[in-house]
Design a protein around this ligand. Structure first.
Ligand code: DGI
Ligand code: FE
Ligand code: FE
Ligand code: FE
Length: 188
């Protein structure tokens, strides 16, 4: 990866230490999954480094990007937890000069998923769940599954998120539900 040091400095400046460690973990896990499943390891690592670029930004700063770049207005009425992925996909282009469309898409859909995800999108989404610093009930099982079957691991991860959201009485973003249905229906 060209200019890794400079990129990481800039990424680090956007977030706290814990988020930065998570970021490095996702890059590492994404690279491993790319090797395992035949995606471009450099792109996977890069997407990992930048996937949460805007995660720690103030809400007002994210809202500004959503409005200025005409992102779906429904985002503004929904869960703010989702904003950083869609905003990040824009900002990594303008601030980090990232041009690879598949890296940009992997950032855009890393939180919600979507129907018909590319291999790189799946890898980043799964890496986000299983990176070494993650500790939640069931993470070990998803880690094991991710070595065998990426789609199953992703379905399980999204399913876990959906369950979690329902328990918290939070909205489930339609893309998340559609992504989950897409993955489990392919298995039938
Ligand atoms: O940014 P990370 O914490 O590394 O992980 P992420 O980008 O997957 O974001 C996780 C957060 O997003 C978590 O609080 C659950 C939330 N989330 C994911 N999908 C949905 C969602 N929240 C709502 N309301 N609806 C969703 O569909
Ligand atoms: Fe995220
Ligand atoms: Fe995620
Ligand atoms: Fe993340």
């Amino acid at each position: 990866l060209a200019n890794r040091e400079r990129l990481l400095e800039q990424v680090r400046a956007q977030m706290n230490q814990k988020r930065y460690e998570h970021t490095l973990g996702v890059a590492e896990s994404a690279r491993q999954l790319a090797v395992r499943y035949g995606a471009d390891p450099d792109k996977a690592e890069l997407a990992g480094y930048v996937h949460d670029y805007c995660k720690c930004w103030p809400v007002a700063k994210m809202r500004e990007v959503i409005v200025r770049h005409d992102l779906p207005a429904e985002l503004l009425h929904g869960e703010k937890e989702l904003w950083h992925s869609f905003v990040g996909a824009i900002v990594i282009q303008t601030e980090l000069d990232i041009v690879e469309p598949d890296v940009i898409q992997a950032v855009r859909y890393h939180t919600t998923g979507r129907v018909g995800m590319s291999l790189l999108e799946k890898i980043v989404c799964v890496a986000d769940y299983i990176e070494p610093n993650r500790v939640f009930p069931g993470v070990e099982q998803i880690r094991k599954l991710a070595e065998q079957d990426l789609d199953q691991a992703l379905a399980q991860a999204l399913g876990g998120t959906i369950t979690f959201l329902i328990e918290q009485k939070k909205q489930v973003y339609p893309l998340t539900l559609h992504a989950y249905n897409d993955l489990v229906s392919k298995r039938g």
